[in-house]
Design a protein around this ligand. Structure first.
Ligand code: AP5
Length: 223
């Protein structure tokens, strides 16, 4: 059976991580979030974490040479899943080219790859990220739209939530700039292939989820 592979595009705060988690729970797919892996490495003060930190806190992309190796290794360790969601990878042309090579080298021609773009205006992004709370386990909350059951405590692992360093307003502006300049152009590539689903990220979390599932059902990608 062919592996199902999805890449998520969308500006910071558009809900990529939130929707990727919901889809993976429902479909038993595996999420690969480069941002989460980097935050974990930074927390552990590993060699990779020390290299990546200066880029992440400034809202810049970590060099693709580092990221491509990280993704390939992650995928090689997890080849037995039915489906995969790449949250936040690829983010530029170099990564997109590498992504295609990696999935071919790991799965041959036994995969179906699609992109899911969650679009959201820049002013909405600022509201989302200003009130986001994150957990080191990868769970994401919002004080208004998706609060944890107990204030500032993760529902899943019970750890204390934190505000991401890169959610400061000036860093968010930089991340938006990087998204528009480097990542958004990739959407045209997936459009040309006719393999992109476009979803309005302004709707509520359950409605966005329902709309993604509806699109995937219409393509026969979920049961
Ligand atoms: P990463 O962690 O991937 O950040 P991002 O792409 O900027 O995306 P975010 O995680 O900020 O947002 P999201 O779209 O996942 O939204 P979320 O679901 O959290 O990357 C961080 C950094 O790592 C990068 O800047 C870079 O330095 C580095 N990096 C990562 N990948 C890299 C790569 N490939 N190459 C090089 N460097 C890389 O939702 C946001 C908030 O809104 C939450 O509070 C949530 O609860 C809420 N929310 C979600 N959906 C809704 C909704 N529909 N309605 C209301 N609220 C909602």
């Amino acid at each position: 059976m062919k592996k199902k592979i999805f890449v998520f595009f969308g500006p910071p705060g558009s809900g990529k991580g939130t929707q990727a988690d919901l889809l993976c729970q429902a479909q038993r797919w595996l999420k690969i979030s480069v941002g989460e892996i980097l935050r974990q490495e930074i927390k552990n003060n590993s060699q990779l974490g020390r290299k990546a930190e200066k880029y992440v806190v400034q809202g810049r992309l970590v060099p693709s040479t580092i990221i491509n190796v990280l993704v390939k290794n992650f995928l090689k360790k997890n080849i037995n899943r039915r489906g995969y969601i790449f949250d936040g990878y690829p983010r530029n042309i170099e990564q997109n080219n590498n992504f295609l090579k990696i999935i071919k080298s790991v799965f041959g021609d036994k995969f179906d790859a699609y992109a899911i773009e969650i679009f959201l205006k820049d002013n909405e992004v600022k509201d989302r990220l200003g009130n986001r709370r994150a957990c080191i386990c990868g769970a994401v909350y919002h004080t208004k739209y998706n609060p944890p059951k107990k204030k500032n405590i993760c529902d899943i692992c019970g750890k204390k939530l934190f505000i991401r360093k890169d959610d400061k307003p000036n860093v968010v502006l930089q991340r938006l700039k990087v998204y528009h300049q480097e990542s958004e152009p990739l959407i045209a590539y997936w459009e040309k292939l006719g393999k992109i689903i476009k979803i309005d990220g302004k709707k509520s979390i359950p409605v966005v989820q329902k709309n993604i599932i509806k699109e995937l059902e219409s393509l026969g990608l979920v049961r």
